[in-house]
Design a protein around this ligand. Structure first.
Ligand SMILES: [Zn+2]
Length: 228
């Protein structure tokens, strides 16, 4: 096994997706030093943290957090780029696993039953080949032992939101999502997982759709990264 790994490393060296250094046998996608140095929001320790205050009074939820602080120039940006655009979805699984295990020990998932990834429209997913959020959800599931269930669908393709205001994003997203299996969510603690929370418009649109169709489910909102 280690001979195979050595041969593999010789032809296709495994390097850290943040600093580019060679990885040790025990490291996967990131070196230990980079993982430790990533900026954490620590929102899960704060009652009514900045992400929760974005949604408070709009729809009911149990907890919300974005785990890593993100900006286009942050050290995490290259890893997020690799995950989304360079066909390294497993980077998302590894990050999900890190986030899941750090939040698990803090009690964030207490009362939760299911991990539900934010869906991608089928056309976009066919073009990209995968939905990175499915992989993040898998990583969170591995750390928490909560099952992943794809109970939501993106019902129409919407325009890129990068340059839009919050109001523009909300209008663009209205009616974008639907619950494919409401029975599976009824009375359950549902952790909705996404990659990055910028304005919160995607999570808001999705949460409002879920609460409209499954009013008795308890929502937890979790993103890998959050912008501040
Ligand atoms: Zn590194």
């Amino acid at each position: 096994m280690s001979l195979l790994r050595d041969l593999f490393d010789f032809f296709l060296p495994r390097t850290c997706h943040i600093c580019g250094c060679s990885l040790r046998d025990t490291e996967e996608f990131f070196c230990v030093r980079c993982i430790e140095s990533l900026p954490r929001s620590l929102y899960h320790h704060l009652p009514m943290n900045p992400m929760e205050s974005r949604f408070a009074g709009i729809f009911p939820f149990v907890r919300a957090t974005g785990h890593f602080i993100y900006s286009r120039h942050s050290r995490l940006a290259s890893a997020i780029h690799d995950m989304k655009y360079r066909r390294f979805p497993a980077v998302g699984r590894r990050l999900g696993e890190i986030v899941g295990s750090e939040l698990l020990s803090a009690g964030f998932f207490d009362g939760a039953d299911l991990i539900v990834p934010v869906p991608m429209h089928w056309f976009k997913q066919a073009r990209r080949g995968y939905n990175q959020t499915d992989f993040i959800a898998l990583g969170v599931s591995e750390a928490t032992r909560l099952p992943v269930y794809r109970a939501l669908r993106s019902s129409r393709s919407h325009k890129s939101q990068t340059a839009m205001s919050l109001a523009g994003r909300q209008a663009n997203l209205a009616g974008s999502f639907r619950v494919a299996d409401a029975d599976a969510l009824r009375g359950r603690g549902v952790v909705i997982v996404d990659d990055v929370c910028t304005t919160g418009a995607t999570l808001r649109a999705l949460a409002e759709t879920v609460m409209e169709q499954v009013p008795d489910c308890r929502l937890y909102l979790l993103t890998l990264c959050v912008t501040i």
